[in-house]
Design a protein around this ligand. Structure first.
Ligand SMILES: Nc1ncnc2c1ncn2[C@@H]1O[C@H](COP(=O)(O)OP(=O)(O)OP(=O)(O)O)[C@@H](O)[C@H]1O
Ligand SMILES: [Mg+2]
Length: 374
């Protein structure tokens, strides 16, 4: 039995109020009373009750009306109606409006105790289920993060090795291509071919640099930072690109945000990657609209980047943060952008996640813990 439960008895009959108050208190409950709807609403606004025993037939405000108010206040509170008229309609109406049950006056106290206990158990059960659901959600999110970080760490080591091995031969290819280009006796076609070799090698070098960056497990700098000016400066960098792509950019970024601890250039790279992806997702099709929002939520600072691009199908949403996962045509994306972002945000003890709907758009959110001065 939930003896800590607080019960509110609402009845215009002083005798019944006193009796119930006395009897329920004897059972160990904490009881309060109200003589009418107004007083009841005042008490309900001031403190939380787990159970309300409410008379249906009262002058001024009837029990059904009070029940409606209660439902608006707190959907968790259980309500048992007490009716002297016992018309089935009253009872049905009360149950429809969310009452747990009703008792008919004059009632047997033992029955009322049992009903009260059952209703309180139901409330407890509902709260436990809600808590369990919340815990399950958190566990699933943590598990996803763990899988992702293990995957990243494994691939990171491999990538670093491969990138190092490729760097030297590639420098050779580029160096010799440059040497060849200095030869005055080349035909136009030969020159064009060697230039292609050089340009393609340069592309490889960019990929290798990205790989190294992705795999470099170096800790980010620990600067005390305000993300707002950093974000605004990053937006300035891409504004021109967005305007030439005819994308509407709207931003709700306050001039300052609570400080965080981090690496400005790494975080700027996160925002740039997210903005680039958004622009690419909005290319072609309907008019692009990008909404950037930043603010504080609890002990975190968030930056949200919402586009109305082609969206991400559900079945690949958990793959997009994997290195080399790309849906772009060969030669257009390496699939490293988001995995780099994920790694950076993770090293900042933050979170990066996506919500997306195909054809409607995608929203990427970065959350970083607020710096707490010791
Ligand atoms: N805003 C977005 N809208 C729709 N899909 C997106 C968005 N951002 C990322 N994606 C999807 O996630 C995939 C991986 O993104 P990621 O940035 O890691 O690589 P990429 O953009 O394909 O290549 P890279 O960034 O290396 O040039 C993309 O290919 C795309 O399918
Ligand atoms: Mg990208």
């Amino acid at each position: 039995m939930n003896k800590d439960a607080r019960i509110l008895v609402i009845d215009d009959e002083a005798g019944l109020r006193d009796l119930l108050s006395h009897e329920f208190a004897l059972q160990g409950y904490q009881v309060d009373t109200a003589m009418d709807g107004c007083q009841a609403l005042e008490k309900l606004a001031q403190q939380t009750f787990q159970l309300v025993l409410c008379d249906i037939n009262m002058p001024k405000m009837g029990g059904l009306e009070i029940l409606e108010h209660i439902r608006k206040l707190d959907s968790d509170m259980e309500v048992i109606m007490m009716t002297g008229y016992a018309t089935i309609e009253d009872a049905v109406m009360a149950m429809k409006k969310g009452a747990y049950d009703f008792v008919q006056k004059p009632f047997n106290l033992e029955e009322l105790f049992q009903l009260a206990e059952k209703s309180l158990e139901k409330g407890d059960l509902r709260r436990t289920i809600l808590e369990l659901r919340e815990t399950k959600k958190k566990l699933e999110a943590t598990q996803m993060q763990l899988i992702q970080s293990e995957k990243l760490a494994g691939i990171g080591q491999l990538a670093a090795g491969v990138a190092h091995e490729l760097n030297n031969p590639l420098s050779g290819v580029m160096g010799f291509a440059q040497l060849l280009l200095e030869d005055a006796g080349l035909t136009a076609q030969q020159r064009k071919d060697i230039e292609t070799i050089y340009a393609q090698s340069q592309r490889c070098r960019t990929i290798i640099q990205n790989l190294l960056q992705f795999s470099r497990r170096k800790d980010p700098l620990q600067e005390v930072l305000d993300l707002a000016p950093l974000l605004l400066a990053t937006l300035d960098l891409v504004k021109y690109d967005f305007s030439t792509s005819a994308i509407d950019l709207s931003q709700t970024v306050p001039p300052t945000l609570p400080l965080i601890l981090g690496d400005a250039s790494q975080l700027q790279q996160v925002f740039l990657n997210l903005l680039t992806n958004a622009r690419q997702a909005m290319a072609g099709g309907k008019k692009g609209r990008l909404v950037i929002e930043a603010g504080q939520r609890g002990n975190k600072v968030f930056v949200r980047c919402a586009d109305n691009g082609h969206g991400i199908p559900k079945d690949i949403q958990d793959k997009i943060f994997d290195p080399f996962f790309t849906t772009k045509p060969v030669g257009q994306g390496t699939g490293l952008g988001l995995s780099i972002c994920y790694g950076i945000v993770q090293q900042h003890r933050g979170a990066l996640y996506v919500e997306s709907k195909v054809d409607a758009g995608s929203t990427f959110t970065v959350e970083l813990p607020i710096y707490e001065r010791l």
